[in-house]
Write a protein that binds this ligand. Structure first.
Ligand code: ADP
Ligand code: MG
Length: 620
């Protein structure tokens, strides 16, 4: 090393020293030193680096470009400051949190290999924590000589040449576990968050190698930020090395993302707009008209879904049990009446909405699964399905009647307890699935038979049906007036669409912005989707209405009248669940106008909706 290089290096270490001295005064450093080497990680907040002036910015840049060198520099500085001892260097990790720049998983490119990156998403899979050898010592079975340690990397096990250096014989060499070093290791797969995806895009994933004190702290479904060094390794296809490389993230730090709705940023201006909207006397007609306006009619369904988006309030009972606040809605209907279309629209409005199909292609299905496959290299892997990934949001499940048997049984627990337990061989875990479920299904024979009772044509067991707060029957009986209206509605949207396209190519007489706006009115949402989404997030964050005595009595009396009317042998029996549903819907109804109380008007609205549903299925 030349003199000049030497001084440069020392300068950088002194910069770290100065930075660390700013963060911790003399006394704090003495305290800190007592914690090491028992404590294994030293955390640095990246924002503090940026706040440390020009030199800090340079250090921050170095971290991104040459992370390994930086970790060494920081350790040098910590040794100089007496926080850690030279002998503990290799067992202590320098970890960085709160990076300002995040890389989207789909934007990761080869020029980022060996640099420091920060990605954000949901954990989709996690394996068991198992030891991995980091440095292997072997013994010659011929002469008993012990080899020097062979450092091991992620992936393939490195064995020495089968030639003993001492006795020079070609002999089997055996691993000596007691003399080798191991580290706890776990593999994770992180997937892009659904809210960051544009409609219909498949989320992309990145595998993460987690070691030592970071293992075992996260579960599938967790929202995390993971920082680390992007690594590559060569692919091997059937024993031959390929020119293609795969990437993975060598984890440096895992940060748990803030729990709810952090993706929805509400500015002061937004808040003003939201509060104004909440005072609008027409809010209850505006909201359904902001849901899938291209779909004609179905106003009752849209109103119910609006309440589902706002949701009720989860409650912890003194005995430790928990009542869900999420509202589950099921649409059973003939094919071709825009069920799928509606579901796809709703997930875009819902903060954390996920669209999936009941006969989904992933192995995790709707709930969760534990498997032993290639991903875990022989370890058990726990994989989250749609209802776990939609935790704190909404899962829109199309073709719900076509789901697997296994999913069907775990769906019971997911809908009521809002958790999914997996107990299989090596893995036992409980994953959270605090989401509302919007399901769509076809009738038993694919289409409703006019002459058979509707309730018997729903292709789901009563135990599952009773967990839905609302079940809508959507039949497609020809009705000329309605058909005409739908046809006009669809054709209008198409022809205005054509006009807009045409106008892009050439100016058109009389086709002004105002004209188009007027023509598009019927298919334009009353509340702009972006604001609507914020409105929902705001209500869920800030509005926790309580029920007024008159409203309470009204709901109770209605429930009692239902019990008297309905036959408990019906496929959709009226149970105590319906009473809970009434309360949840009442809470949602009050939230729509951001009201702190559930009034008589809410009770009336809710009873009207529940009655429409029950009239179709429970009592006919
Ligand atoms: P489903 O999932 O119920 O079988 P889809 O959602 O696939 O039906 O809808 C089929 C098509 O019919 C969609 O393109 C949809 O836009 C159209 N459609 C059906 N009913 C309506 C309606 N009431 N208003 C507007 N479009 C409709
Ligand atoms: Mg469909």
């Amino acid at each position: 090393m030349s003199d000049r290089q030497q001084t440069e290096v020392t300068d950088v270490v002194s910069d770290w020293e100065t930075f660390l001295k700013r963060q911790y005064n003399k006394r704090e450093r003495v305290e800190l030193a007592k914690e090491f080497p028992h404590k294994r990680s030293f955390y640095i907040d990246y924002r503090n680096l940026e706040a440390f002036g020009k030199r800090g910015l340079s250090l921050a840049d170095q971290l991104i470009a040459k992370p390994e060198k930086v970790m060494g520099d920081v350790k040098d500085a910590l040794v100089r400051l007496g926080v850690i001892e030279e002998k503990d260097r290799s067992s202590i990790h320098i970890r960085f949190t709160n990076l300002t720049r995040k890389t989207a998983i789909r934007d990761i490119r080869s020029n980022q290999i060996n640099t420091f990156v920060s990605v954000e998403g949901i954990l989709r899979k996690t394996t068991e924590v198992r030891p991995r050898v980091t440095s292997a010592v072997f013994k010659c079975l011929e002469c008993g000589q012990i080899t020097p340690p062979y450092p091991q990397k992620y992936g393939k096990f490195q064995e020495p040449f089968r030639l003993c250096a001492t006795c020079q014989k070609k002999t089997p060499l055996e691993l000596v576990p007691e003399k080798s070093d191991f580290v706890d290791a776990q593999k994770l797969r992180i997937q892009e968050s659904p809210e960051g995806l544009r409609g219909g895009e498949q989320p992309q994933t990145l595998d993460v190698d987690v070691t030592d004190d970071l293992t075992g702290d996260s579960a599938p479904g967790d929202r995390v930020i993971i920082n680390g060094i992007l690594r590559s390794f060569q692919r091997v296809n059937a024993g031959t090395k390929s020119t293609l490389f795969d990437i993975y993230l060598e984890c440096n730090a895992i940060e748990v993302a803030e729990k709810e709705f952090e993706e929805v940023n509400i500015s002061d201006e937004d808040e003003a707009a939201i509060l104004e909207l909440s005072r609008d006397p027409k809010i209850y007609s505006k909201i359904p008209r902001s849901i899938a306006p291209t779909i004609y009619g179905n106003d009752d369904v849209k109103e119910a879904i609006a309440l589902q988006l706002f949701g009720g309030i989860p409650k912890e009972m003194p005995d430790g049990s928990r009542l869900r606040g999420d509202i589950h809605v099921l649409l059973v209907g003939d094919p071709g009446i825009a069920k799928s279309q509606l579901l796809r629209y709703i997930v875009q409005l819902s903060p954390r909405g996920i669209y999936t199909s009941g006969k989904s292609s992933t192995s995790a299905g709707l709930t969760a699964t534990a498997v032993k496959d290639d991903f875990g290299d022989g370890r058990w892997t726990l994989e989250a399905g749609a209802l776990v990934l939609a935790d704190m949001g909404m899962a829109a499940v199309d073709e719900l009647d076509k789901m697997d048997k296994e999913d069907r049984s775990s769906l019971h627990e997911a809908m009521e307890q809002q958790s999914i337990s997996v107990a299989k061989a090596g893995i036992t875990a409980t994953l959270r699935s605090r989401c509302s479920l919007l399901g769509a299904a076809n009738p038993k024979m694919g289409r409703f038979d006019e002459y058979a009772p509707i309730a018997e044509q729903i292709n789901m067991p009563p135990s599952l049906l009773s967990r839905f707060d609302l079940i809508f029957i959507m039949t497609d009986k020809p009705d000329s007036a309605r058909d005409m209206a739908i046809a006009d509605h669809i054709l209008k949207a198409h022809s205005v669409g054509e006009l807009i396209e045409k106008r892009k190519r050439m100016p058109m007489e009389g086709v002004t912005d105002e004209y188009i706006q007027r023509e598009l009115k019927p298919v334009t949402p009353d509340i702009e989707p972006l604001l609507f989404r914020k409105y929902i997030a705001y209500a869920k964050r800030n509005c926790f209405p309580t029920i007024q005595p008159e409203a309470r009595e009204k709901l109770r009396d209605y429930y009692l009248s239902l019990r008297n009317l309905a036959d408990t042998n019906k496929p959709v029996p009226v149970t105590a669940r319906q009473l809970e549903a009434l309360v949840r819907l009442g809470e949602a109804s009050a939230r729509v106008r951001l009201s702190p109380t559930i009034e008589l008007e809410d009770a009336d609205r809710v009873i009207k909706i529940v009655d429409t549903c029950l009239r179709q299925v429970a009592y006919d």
